[in-house]
Ligand binder design. Structure first.
Ligand SMILES: [Fe+2]
Ligand SMILES: [Fe+2]
Length: 295
C-alpha cells in the first residue's frame, strides 16, 4: 500500500483503481484509463495518490486503450514520456508529422516538448506501460488544439522506437547461465558511457531513467542483489515469489515492487511459464552500481 520513497513496497494491480480523468477519457472514440504504480507527490502526476509509491524521480503507470479508441489529439509534456506496449498495436504521431507503429514489447521514446498521440490500430485492446523520466506538475501537459499549436511546440526531436527483437539477450550477470539461476536481460533504455547499458548502441541512452526486462525461467531465481539507484519491478508474465520481512509474497500480472537504493532482493519463478520482469531505474546506474551481487 502507500509508501514514501524510503521503504520497499509492493503495489498490487488489484489495489489500483483506474483513473478516467484525462481529457476525453470518458468520451467514445477517446476512451482510456490510467493507473500509476509509482508517481509524484501532491501536485505532480500520480493517477493513484495514496496507493502508488511516491518518489521524486520517475513515473511508472499503465494505460488501457480499448480497440478503436485514440488519445484526444496531440499533446506534449515537460518530461520524456516512454511507452512500452504490452498488448495490441498502436499508431503514434509526432510533431514532425511522422507516424510510427508499435506492437508488443516495442518501446517508444518521446522527448520533452514533442507533440504526440496514439491510436489503437489493431483489433485488440491496448495495454501499454507509460513512464516519465522526471516528475511532471499536474496540469503541465499541453494539448494542441490547432495545427499552429503543433507547429509551435517546443521540440521537433524525433520519436525513437526500440523493439525487443533488436536487443540481444545479455547472459553475463553472475550465475545467469547456471540452472537454478537461469535468466537473461535486455534494456530498451540504458545509460551513456560510464553507466550500465546491456545493449549499448541499440538501446536509447539516458541519464535520467533505465528500462529493461529480465526473463526468469520456471524453477529459477535471481541471485540476491542490490542497486545503487531505486528500482521498480513490474511483472509482465508469470508468477513470482519475493520474500519481504521474512514473509513470502506472490506476485502476478501487473503487480509491482518498489525497491529503494541498496535494498537486497531476489525473485523466484513459481509458475509453469517464464516470468517477465520489467525493471525501471530512477536514474542511470553507475557502471558498478547495478547488481552488487551476494553470491
Ligand atoms: Fe503523453
Ligand atoms: Fe534488481
Amino acid at each position: 500500500m502507500a509508501s514514501s520513497n524510503k521503504g520497499v513496497s509492493i503495489i498490487r494491480h488489484r489495489d489500483l483503481e483506474p483513473s478516467w480523468h484525462v481529457p476525453g477519457a470518458k468520451v467514445g472514440g477517446t476512451l482510456r484509463s490510467l493507473i500509476s504504480w509509482v508517481g509524484g507527490p501532491k501536485g505532480y502526476v500520480n493517477s493513484n495518490p495514496g496507493t502508488a509509491v511516491e518518489n521524486n524521480e520517475i513515473g511508472v503507470g499503465l494505460m488501457y486503450l480499448p480497440v478503436g479508441q485514440q488519445q484526444e489529439g496531440l499533446h506534449y509534456h515537460t518530461v520524456t514520456e516512454i511507452y512500452l506496449i504490452l498488448k495490441g498495436f498502436v499508431e503514434g504521431k509526432d510533431g514532425s508529422g511522422t507516424n510510427h507503429r508499435a506492437g508488443p514489447m516495442d518501446c517508444v521514446y518521446i522527448p520533452p516538448g514533442v507533440p504526440h498521440g496514439v491510436r489503437n490500430c489493431g483489433l485488440e485492446d491496448v495495454e501499454l506501460v507509460w513512464l516519465h523520466d522526471g516528475l511532471e506538475r499536474k496540469g503541465a501537459t499541453v494539448y494542441c488544439d490547432t495545427e499552429e499549436d503543433v507547429k509551435n511546440a517546443p521540440s521537433k526531436e524525433p520519436v525513437k522506437v526500440v523493439s525487443l527483437r533488436d536487443l540481444e539477450p545479455f547472459w553475463g550477470a553472475p550465475r545467469a547461465k547456471e540452472p537454478e539461476f537461469l535468466r537473461w536481460m535486455v534494456n530498451w533504455i540504458g545509460g551513456p558511457a560510464g553507466f550500465e547499458n546491456l545493449n549499448r548502441g541499440v538501446a536509447v541512452e539516458s541519464e535520467k531513467i533505465a528500462l529493461g526486462l529480465t526473463v526468469l525461467y520456471p524453477g529459477q531465481k535471481q541471485v540476491p542483489h542490490q542497486h545503487a539507484v531505486a528500482e521498480v519491478y513490474t511483472i509482465l508474465q508469470g508468477k513470482a515469489l519475493i520474500k519481504l520481512d521474512n514473509k513470502n509474497q506472490e506476485l502476478g500480472y501487473l503487480d509491482a515492487v518498489y525497491f529503494p537504493p541498496g535494498h537486497i532482493h531476489s525473485l523466484r519463478n513459481i509458475g509453469p511459464d517464464p516470468v517477465y520482469i520489467m525493471w525501471t531505474h530512477g536514474r542511470a546506474s553507475p557502471q558498478k552500481g547495478v547488481g552488487i551481487y551476494r553470491l
